[in-house]
Structure formats: C-alpha cells, structure tokens
Design a protein around this ligand. Structure first.
Ligand code: AMP
Ligand code: ZN
Ligand code: FE
Ligand code: FE
Length: 273
C-alpha cells in the first residue's frame, strides 16, 4: 500500500521542522506523498517540492486558511493551488500583517488578566512566516506563565478563553473562493471542530469540494459520519496528522496515513478543473 499525509505544518507557520526536514522524516515514516499546509502562507512550498524531488517524496502544494464564519474560527485547506498566483500572494501578505497585529491584541488581553508576556518572547520562538496562538502559547510556557500548552489553550487562548482574538479577515466563503480562484481545491479541515450541524452544512454549500474525514481527533463514529457526508455531497475525502514538529510532541509523523487512492481522486479533480 502507498500512503499519504495531507496535513503537515512547517516552521513557516507554527510547526518546528524546515520543509526539507519534514520531507526527509516523512520519507523515513513510509509516506510516499505529503501536502504542506501552513497557516495562511505558501512560503515553505518551494523548499518542500525541491526536497521532495531529491528524496522521491511527492509534495503537493497546499495551504490552511483561517476564516471566520458566524463568529467561529473555521480552517479551510487548499490543495494543488497555483501558489505563485499574484492575487493569492497579495492576500496572504495582508493576512500575515493581520496575524502580527493579532499577536499584540492577544498580549494586551493577557496583560489585562495579569499575564505579562513581552512581544519579544513570542517573536523569539523560532519561526519564518506567519505567527499564531501556538507561538504565544509556547512563549508562555517558556516564560513560566503556564505549565503546559494544554493549560494555555484550556485557560487563556482557546476559542472561549479570555485572551482569544478572532478577528480574521476572510470569511469562509471568501477563503473558499480564494483557493478556487488560485486553481486549488477547497477542503473543510477537521470538521469535528464545528459543533453545530447547520453551520457545517452552510459551509459545505459555500463551495467546499472536500472534507477532512481522517484526522487524529476523529472517532470511528465521526469518520463514518463524515464519510456519509462526503458521499451525499459528492466531496473528496482527505486526511492527515496535523503534524507540527516539536511544537506538538504528541503528534508523530506517520501516525495518520491515508491511502494514495484518495490523492489520485484529488489529482483527477485538479486536472479536470
Ligand atoms: P491560530 O491560527 O493562531 O488561531 O492558531 C491555531 C493553531 O493553534 C492550531 O493550528 C494549533 O496549532 C494551535 N492550537 C489550537 N488549539 C490547540 C490546543 N488545544 N492545543 C495545542 N495547540 C492548539
Ligand atoms: Zn497550527
Ligand atoms: Fe487547523
Ligand atoms: Fe493544521
């Protein structure tokens, strides 16, 4: 059997591996194909593809866009997009700036509840591109303001936490359109995060073409549910580990593999788009 993992982060967003190290480790973990899907950036893709050619790992260009829908944070994956598309790049440059402002907004909220964290401590967490909550969380642990990442997300930075900032600039339909207009396939990431069914179906009907059925946190029942939804709405099925390198040591490369036949279906759709 040939295996793939279509959800991997590098240090161009909040992972810790360079694209080259990611490809190297993926090959050692028995993966023939991976997709790099950093948060709101495509900066790691060229390096990943080059490493993939050397190491004979197929690297699919991708992205994980953060969007807002009715007050919730919704992640939209994009596969096979033209990552040099000018409009895409302009939008991503804007989102990167917005993510930086958001860091300062989260730090202000933390200060308001007596957790003083300097911007420098966040920026000194190794990264090369977009910044997010995981950088803040790691800095808090490093500075001794919290004992663990799960404590940070549980008490401060989770979606209902006192220091959480939504404020993303793309709505889910806009994120879906941005991916489609760049020649990519929009896929709803980790649908388990969306608790209300009506919202799930609204997002699907805004032009989603695939659903991330296989994800570490999905139970067998959820996998069955999302498989049924994929059948009903004629969606591609995808999956991946959401590996972040050492930033999330509990998620290992190779821990979630999907059959390559699912990748072939994605590629067929890309060719006929
Ligand atoms: P952001 O894009 O800044 O909203 O951050 C989202 C990222 O935060 C996710 O992709 C994860 O890397 C991380 N994250 C969210 N919730 C948790 C959690 N409970 N534990 C660890 N990391 C989390
Ligand atoms: Zn992340
Ligand atoms: Fe995500
Ligand atoms: Fe992710």
């Amino acid at each position: 059997m040939t295996w793939a993992d279509l959800h991997l982060h590098t240090l161009y967003s909040d992972g810790t591996f360079t694209p080259k190290r990611l490809v190297d480790q993926a090959q050692k973990a028995g993966l023939a194909c991976i997709a790099i899907v950093d948060h709101d950036t495509v900066s790691g893709i060229d390096e990943g593809i080059t490493a993939g050619i050397d190491l004979e790992v197929e690297v699919i260009p991708g992205i994980e866009l953060t969007s807002e829908y009715r007050g919730y944070e919704v992640h939209i994956l994009g596969y096979g997009l033209d990552y040099n598309n000018r409009k895409l790049k302009e939008k991503l440059a804007f989102l990167k700036k917005r993510r930086l402002e958001r860091i300062h907004e989260m730090l202000a909220k933390l200060r308001g509840i007596g957790k003083e964290l300097s911007p420098e401590s966040v920026f000194s967490i190794e990264h090369s591109g977009t910044l997010g909550r995981l950088h803040v969380a790691r800095a808090m642990v490093q500075e001794g303001l919290a004992g663990s990442l799960s404590e940070v997300f549980g008490r401060y930075l989770g979606e209902n936490g006192p220091a959480y900032v939504l404020g993303f600039k793309l709505t889910s339909p806009e994120a879906i359109a941005l991916i489609k207009n760049s020649g990519g396939i929009p896929v709803l990431a980790h649908p388990c995060v969306i608790k209300q069914e009506d919202i799930l179906f609204e997002i699907i009907s805004s032009g989603i073409e695939g659903i991330e059925v296989f994800y570490p946190e999905h139970s067998n029942d959820q996998i069955a549910d999302y498989t049924r939804i994929a059948d009903k709405f004629n969606l591609l099925m995808t999956g991946g580990s959401d590996f972040h390198g050492d930033a999330k040591p509990n998620t290992k490369l190779g821990s979630l593999k999907i059959p390559y036949s699912l990748v072939e279906k994605i590629k067929e759709k890309l060719i006929h788009a």
